[in-house]
Design a protein around this ligand. Structure first.
Ligand code: PFF
Length: 441
């Protein structure tokens, strides 16, 4: 059976950027930036992305691309000579990570969808429905999480080229246009310029603050979707390529650019809201992270009259689209495994995984206060960094001759690989361990 694949390099880049660009960029990044000194956070984020997150993305895509297999078989093959069982075990852990990610991500994405519909309901005059849609409730979660899971499944079951590649190419430009339109609008409002200053001019005294560095690191890993196998499986759907470095740079640039643009929208919007008399900050911190998107911005939008409702509908649709292209990459991880190793049809695998995600997310909804934050914490501060550490060790040390990036044979072929291989094998694991130990203890 021939494997489905991306039909072009640009198709791959758009799909991978679609995976990377999501709620992490548009919600997570500006929230973190607003809470950590604006420009200082932006600066540290860029440094961490360059030094650690992009190399990890390279390693993950490289493993998938060289093996042309789903993450469980890919890591199994890469570790076949030295630690075969552990390789497959790590692949399966990634699979669990992908399902964990989906279990909370689809809940939040459901909120975005509900808020987009709330603005539409308000526009057409159904005020009661609009208020219900904008109010947090278990019933709303029980309705909108499954809707979002089904939307993702509908794309994934169409396959890599017809589903993932085609939809990413349609949705990503739409997202960019909406974002730029919203920025142009917000920057014309009173108070926006103070926000722009806060965002763009770093306060360098904050740059060495450990909690800022740790937040920037977690944000960079989550934002680039590394450590759960999504990028590995996408890499496996691309023809074997010598220029992974260039592709990684394009994905990183797109992801960082969108996060930067989201900051350009949200931080000035916060200052506009403050200018209009809303309480936004207390002691330099946002008065609540959830409040940023679900209270401060909607209040700001509604203060703009009818046009504000259109802006709100556009903004929350934008978040829903970004979340959708991220959801499909995570779903593809276990789906590819079931199709390739357990002989499932793609349709059956997609619906089975979606059912498992739905059950997991409903458990989260039922025990929201205890589980929601915990799952996010475990995934982003433990599983993602540890997986990346493992990828560095695989490409730098464990892999068989010819694939290991420090191999003499490969280095003779491409001179720059020598330096790069050593960077991935020595510097990255040490850097990552230092940060990880700081996060954990
Ligand atoms: N990168 C996505 C975001 O920034 O929202 C989240 C994500 C997608 C994390 C896919 C992990 C993943 F495999």
């Amino acid at each position: 059976m021939t494997r489905d694949s991306f039909h072009s390099r640009i198709g791959f880049v758009l799909a991978a950027a679609g995976s990377a660009i999501g709620l992490g960029n548009i919600w997570g990044f500006p929230t973190n930036a607003a809470n950590n000194g604006g420009g200082a956070f932006l600066f540290v984020y860029l440094v961490v992305t360059l030094l650690l997150a992009l190399p990890a993305l390279y390693a993950e895509i490289y493993i998938g691309n060289q093996t042309q297999k789903n993450p469980v078989s890919a890591l199994g093959e890469a570790c076949a000579e030295r630690i075969p069982r552990f390789g497959r075990f790590a692949g399966k852990l990634g699979l669990c990570g992908a399902i964990m990610m989906l279990s909370f991500y689809t809940i939040v994405a459901g909120w975005m969808l509900a808020h987009a519909l709330s603005a539409v309901a308000s526009l057409v005059g159904t005020t009661d429905l609009s208020v219900w849609l904008a109010t947090d409730s278990t019933v709303r979660n029980v309705i909108f999480t499954p809707i979002f899971i089904v939307l993702g499944a509908l794309i994934v079951h169409q396959g890599v080229h017809s589903g993932i590649e085609r939809w990413s190419a349609r949705l990503m430009p739409m997202l960019l246009i909406m974002l730029v339109g919203l920025i142009v609008y917000i920057l014309q409002q009173d108070g926006a310029m103070a926000g722009l200053k806060q965002y763009l001019i770093p306060d360098f005294s904050q740059v060495t603050n450990p909690s800022l560095v740790i937040s920037a690191m977690g944000q960079a890993f989550f934002s680039l979707s590394i450590g759960v196998g999504g990028m590995m499986v996408y890499g496996s759907y691309m023809a074997k390529d010598k220029d992974i470095g260039k592709l990684v740079l394009s994905i990183g640039a797109l992801d960082t650019f969108i996060a930067f643009l989201a900051g350009l929208l949200i931080i000035p919007a916060l200052f506009v809201a403050q200018h209009a008399g809303q309480q936004v900050f207390a002691d330099d911190q946002l008065i609540g992270e959830g409040q940023l998107i679900f209270q401060i911005l909607p209040t700001l939008f509604s203060s703009m009259g009818t046009i504000g409702l259109v802006v709100a509908a556009a903004f929350f649709s934008l978040l829903s689209i970004a979340a959708l292209t991220s959801t499909i990459s995570s779903t593809e991880v276990p789906v590819a495994y079931l199709v390739e190793e357990k002989s499932f049809t793609r349709r059956k695998a997609t619906w089975l995984i979606s059912a498992i995600v739905l059950m997991a997310s409903m458990v989260l909804v039922a025990f929201f206060d205890v589980l929601f934050g915990l799952i996010i914490q475990v995934l982003t501060t433990i599983m993602q960094p540890l997986s990346c550490l493992f990828y560095f060790i695989v490409v730098g040390w464990v892999w068989k001759r010819g694939n290991k990036l420090k191999d003499k044979a490969r280095i003779a072929e491409h001179k720059w690989l020598g330096l790069w291989g050593n960077y991935l094998a020595f510097v990255c694991p040490i850097l990552l361990t230092v940060v990880f130990v700081n996060v954990a203890f």
